[in-house]
Design a protein around this ligand. Structure first.
Ligand code: AMP
Length: 190
């Protein structure tokens, strides 16, 4: 069983590449961003709480995010493997993930980081904002905030997996197909 974290800044291509990886490996795809947006759409209590952070491009508090992700994870105990997308984004989340995987006798196989320069991310997100319907993609101030939060609070999580020798970096520039085949090859090695 392979449990992969697809990591990277907003706009790196995590969502797009996740679709290919799910098709190839049959992963259960757990995207915290998607789950939050689903809750916002359905106006759940969690959605209402999360919305104000997401609209400002800030991280949703750890306790809320971890509890939500853990209960999603527990729904798929018969999975052939998990693809975590957008989680963990803090060291506390990384530790919690290890803990709740460990309770099911599971562990993270690898964290794969998609690397893309900020200028490219900014232009990709502004472009995506024209059609994604996501308020956090439509506003350059919010996008700037999300990139700042990534560099200040989230990028450091890579160290956690480097220390465990589980961190792999993949160039996120190039065609969707090229990047997808590199990712498939990397995951195929495990
Ligand atoms: P994403 O779709 O991954 O870009 O996430 C959209 C927004 O959801 C982020 O800008 C955060 O506000 C929130 N979010 C998603 N995942 C997390 C997480 N692991 N921790 C905290 N906030 C998150």
């Amino acid at each position: 069983m392979k449990n992969i974290i697809l990591f990277g800044p907003p706009g790196a291509g995590k969502g797009t590449q996740s679709e290919f990886l799910v098709e190839e490996f049959g992963f259960v795809h757990l995207s915290t961003g998607n789950i939050f947006r689903h809750n916002i759409l359905n106006k759940t209590e969690l959605g209402v709480l999360a919305k104000k952070y997401i609209d400002e491009g800030r991280l949703v508090p750890d306790s809320l995010t971890i509890n939500m992700l853990k209960s999603e994870f527990l729904k798929y105990s018969d999975s052939v493997g998990f693809l975590f997308d957008g989680f963990p984004r803090t060291e506390a989340q990384a530790k919690a993930l290890d803990e709740f995987l460990g309770q099911e006798d599971l562990k993270i196989t690898a964290m794969i980081s998609l690397e893309v320069p900020d200028e490219e991310l900014l232009s990709r997100l502004l472009e995506r904002g024209k059609s994604s319907g996501r308020p956090d993609d439509a506003n350059s101030e919010v996008i700037g905030n999300r990139l700042r939060v990534y560099h200040k609070e989230t990028a450091i999580v890579q160290r956690y997996y480097e220390k465990q020798r589980k961190h792999i970096v993949v160039n996120g520039l190039g065609s969707v197909e090229q990047i997808s085949s590199v990712l498939k090859a990397e995951i195929g090695h495990f």
